[in-house]
Every structure is written in C-alpha cells, then in structure tokens.
Design a protein around this ligand. Structure first.
Ligand SMILES: *Cc1c(COP(=O)(O)O)cnc(C)c1O
Length: 251
C-alpha cells in the first residue's frame, strides 16, 4: 500500500522536476543577462537522448524551442510531438542526411552548417520536399578552437563563400541567422576571465557583419559555460544537462 503511493509520487515528480529545472536555468540566464547588459539572449532546451515525453512536459509549460543532435531521433520526435515546436538541429551535419532534415516541416534552424556543399544540399532538399515550409534558419559553425577533431569551418575563404551563398537569392529556402561554436572542453573548464573560443566567434561576427552589412546572431554556451557566453555577447545558449539531467550514452 505504502509502496504504491510512493511509486506514484516518484512517477508524478518528473514534470515538477523538469519544470523546476527549466525555470531555474531560464531565470539564471535572464538574471545574468540583465546583470551584464546583454538583453537579447534566448534559451534553447537541448533534449537529445531524452524521451519525447520530456519535451511534451516543457511544451505544456510553454517552451517551444528545442535542440536535437541526431537526425533519426529528431525525425521520430518531430513526427509525434506538436507541430509548432521550433526544432533546432545542432548535431554533426552529414550531406546525405540533409534530405531527412529538410523533410521536417517545422525544422526551424540548422546550427551546424560547416560547408558550402551542405548548405547547397539543404537548400535543394527543402526546395524539393518542403517548398512551402518556412525558410530554414542557418548558423555557420566555426571551429574556434582549431582542434582537428572539432567540426566547423576554419578557413576564411570557406567561411566567406558559405556566408555569401546563404545571403544569395540562390539560397531561397534558407536564411542566414548567425554563427555557432561548440568550443573546446578545456577552455570552457578553465577558470579564465574570458573564453577564447567565444572571443574568436565574436570576432568573426564583427568581421562578417562589417564585410556583408549584416547583424549575425551568436549561438554559444552550454551547461558548463553559458554564463561566460552571455557575458561575451551570445544571442542564444544551448542547455541540455542543467535542464534534463545527465544523458544516457549514445548507443
Ligand atoms: C549536447 C549539446 C549541448 C548541450 O550540452 P549540455 O552540456 O548538456 O548543456 C549544446 N550544444 C551542442 C552542440 C550539443 O551537442
């Protein structure tokens, strides 16, 4: 008897726990943003490897923007969850997966554009499979740490040509939103005043804004370093663990 009551209480507590954690992170983001004078920061809830039921709980709490890393998982979740969710793809982009992504009508953003070729592919696939859907907001991913195992563009000419394409009439189904970086783990855990990767991304923004006459957003900062990112001018932080708890390892 007692045990049953206990079980039910435990099961019921996931929504409460999740909402409390989301509220705490959201408040921290807003408070810190106000404190450092960055009044344009949004919070992306990164739900990768977490069940669709978790996303639904936050959706029912008025959260609409979620980040996912794996194409098949995103396709699956998008098919069962409400159609006004704004899905952000933040995982490693593969050319042969652009088609599956473009087919998701409410795919809001792809934050990991790391080659001109993939941008062209994504645009073509959107034109073919979802011509009337919203344009996909694109972020050019920059490798700010210079680590060879990190994805993202490093070479100036490739960054220029990708941005140029995204701004062109040719990219009719895409819209350039900004720049994204993940940054190195070491840097984000170092106790220094400024995060070098975030600094590099902000410098790219300044350079590209001036060259093309645009105003790029920045997507940088995760659970371990989002305050630093807010301090260094990010427009969006991507937070998973602090909201949803630790993740199972990807099988
Ligand atoms: C997983 C992931 C996040 C969220 O990371 P946490 O440390 O769990 O907050 C953010 N951005 C990208 C690109 C990710 O892959």
């Amino acid at each position: 008897m007692l045990r049953n009551v206990f079980k039910r209480t435990m099961a019921d507590s996931r929504p409460q726990q999740l909402i409390a954690r989301f509220n705490a992170v959201n408040e921290e983001v807003l408070n810190y943003a106000t404190q450092v004078g960055n009044n344009n920061v949004s919070l992306l809830a990164v739900s990768k490897l977490k069940p669709a039921s978790d996303v639904q709980i936050l959706y029912d709490h008025s959260v609409r923007s979620f980040g996912e890393n794996y194409v098949q998982e995103l396709v699956q979740k998008a098919s069962v969850l409400p159609k006004d969710i704004k899905w952000h793809f933040i995982g490693g982009l593969q050319t042969n997966k652009c088609k599956d992504l473009a087919k998701i009508p409410n795919l809001f953003a792809v934050e990991t554009i790391d080659s001109l070729k993939k941008a062209i592919k994504l645009n073509e696939a959107r034109a073919k499979f979802n011509p009337d859907a919203d344009k996909i907001r694109c972020y050019v991913q920059i490798n700010t740490s210079g680590e060879s195992q990190k994805s993202g563009l490093l070479a100036e000419d490739e960054i220029f040509e990708t941005v140029k394409f995204l701004l062109s009439d040719e990219a009719a189904h895409l819209e350039l939103s900004g720049l994204m970086t993940i940054g190195s783990w070491e840097v984000s855990h170092a106790a220094s005043e400024k995060n070098h990767d975030f600094e590099v991304l902000a410098q790219w923004k300044a350079q590209l804004d001036a060259k093309f006459g645009i105003d790029l957003k920045l997507s940088m900062g995760m659970s371990s370093d989002f305050k630093q990112a807010i301090n260094q001018g990010t427009s969006q932080v991507r937070v998973g663990t602090d909201i949803f708890g630790s993740r199972p390892t990807k099988s």
